[in-house]
Structure formats: C-alpha cells, structure tokens
Design a protein around this ligand. Structure first.
Ligand code: NI
Length: 264
C-alpha cells in the first residue's frame, strides 16, 4: 500500500451511467480526472442493449471503469431470448462485474408488468448461470420485487438494491438475504427522512455509495448534472448519520463495493 492510499482513502462509485449523452462534451476528460480527485473506480451500469455496448467500450478504454450487463425494466419491451444469449456472453468479459440493472419499475409502469417480470426473472436466472452479483432497480414495486427476489434469487449470487427507496422493514429483508444497500444523492435531500432512517439502521459494512449519474446530484448540487465528483457529499451525510469520521465511511464503503463486485 502506498503512502497516498494510507493517508487518504478513495471513493468508489458503485453505480453510474457515463454512457449517457449528458457526458458527451467532456466524458474523456472527466473519467480521466477521477483518480486524481479521490475516486478509485466506477461501475458503469447498462440499462439497454445500446448502453450495454457503450458500457463495454468504456470498460475497455479506462482501467478504473468496470461494467454491469443488464436490461432496465422499462427497456425490456423488445427483448428476446437471443438478446439474453448475447448478454450472457458479455457477462464473461473480464471487467463485467455484475448483472444489472434489472428489476421492476411501476412508477413508469411500462412495458406491462408481466413483461417486466418475465425479463426480471430471466435475468436473475442469467446472473446465477454466470455467477455474478445483481444490481436491482425497484421503484414503486416493493412487494413484487421482494417476492421475486425471495422466490428466484434469495441473495444467491450477492447483489445490491440500488438507489434504495423503501423503508427499514424492506431494508431488513434484503440485508437478511446478504444484499447491500445502495445510497446516493437522495440521502442529502431534506425530505429524505425514510432513507436517512435506513442508513441509520443498516450496518456500515452493508452500505455502498453510488451516484446514478447523471441523475440525482446531492445537495448542494441538486438539480445539476451529477458525477462521481459529488460522492464526498454523500459520504459526509452518511458520516453525520452514523457519527463516524468521513474518512472511515469512505474506507468502509469502498471495501464494501469491492467485496460486492469481487474486485481486488
Ligand atoms: Ni441507474
């Protein structure tokens, strides 16, 4: 371990979307600047066939970018079994660290729920076949997500409930499955009482930091384009809730992210 690493722990962004067009202007400069700004690595998360291809290009180009391979529930409309076969091959790439983001989204509620469920189930099965942890997206779909996770996965390959938006009871269910809780910019919002309670409740060794960038920038940059450079605000908020030094939150959450994705 170098002096630098012992002096100042580095952050890890467990969930980002640097493929997004919001980064077209400065993607290369921004990604290259992350390590010198205290960000050790990022996981770029696929959400459609197109963004999975872009994720693979990013993880090929940048040493500190890893990738997650999966189709977001709202993008499952045109999916076929041959697409799944293609995704499964991509899961074998050396820097593919998770299947995601997959799940259920009844906020946007499209395509129809049986279609979302079918491809959530299929991708959970794929995760077990390739033995990769899952990144779960669940919005306004608490009961169905939990039922399917219990019946079809049960934490078998590990994983994270990303952008956790439910209460303590649901957190306990997922923690009992051995899963991690993904916490991002929302925790800094004044009205995020429920998430602050979840952070207070969850053991420190089960929380990972995420941006979901370009979305969900924390206070004081709420509403602006988000990036991993904003992660210190998330770490500071968690440190305040937990009563820990921020360096300790950074050190533990980076360890957690590496454990979650099996990174050394
Ligand atoms: Ni996302």
């Amino acid at each position: 371990m170098s002096m630098h690493e012992t002096d100042r722990p580095m952050l890890f962004d467990s969930h980002s979307h640097y493929d997004d067009e919001a980064f077209d202007e400065d993607r290369d400069a921004l990604l290259k600047s992350l390590p010198e700004n205290g960000i050790e690595g990022v996981v770029n998360v696929g959400s459609s066939l197109e963004t999975v291809k872009k994720t693979i290009a990013l993880m090929d180009e940048y040493d500190h970018v890893y990738g997650a391979i999966g189709i977001h529930p709202n993008e499952t409309g045109g999916l076929t079994e041959s697409h799944i076969q293609w995704l499964q091959v991509q899961c074998g790439l050396p820097k593919a660290v998770a299947v995601g983001e997959i799940g259920l989204d009844y906020y946007w509620d499209t395509p129809e729920r049986p279609v979302q469920k079918k491809w959530f189930e299929r991708q959970l099965q794929m995760a077990k076949e390739v033995d990769l942890p899952v990144i779960i997206h669940s919005r306004d779909a608490a009961a169905d997500t939990l039922d399917m996770m219990k019946a079809l996965h049960g934490g078998e390959t590990g994983g994270v409930i990303h952008c956790f938006s439910y209460g303590k009871e649901l957190a306990r269910e997922y923690l009992n499955m051995g899963l991690y809780i993904g916490v991002g910019g929302v925790v800094t919002f004044k009205n995020a009482k429920k998430l602050k309670e979840v952070v207070a409740y969850a053991p420190m060794d089960r929380i990972v930091l995420e941006t979901d960038c370009p979305y969900l920038a924390p206070v004081p940059n709420r509403g602006k384009r988000n990036s991993s450079l904003n992660l210190p605000y998330v770490a500071e908020e968690i440190a305040g809730i937990k009563g820990l030094p921020v360096e300790e939150v950074i050190r533990i959450t980076t360890e957690n992210t590496k454990a979650l994705y099996h990174l050394r």
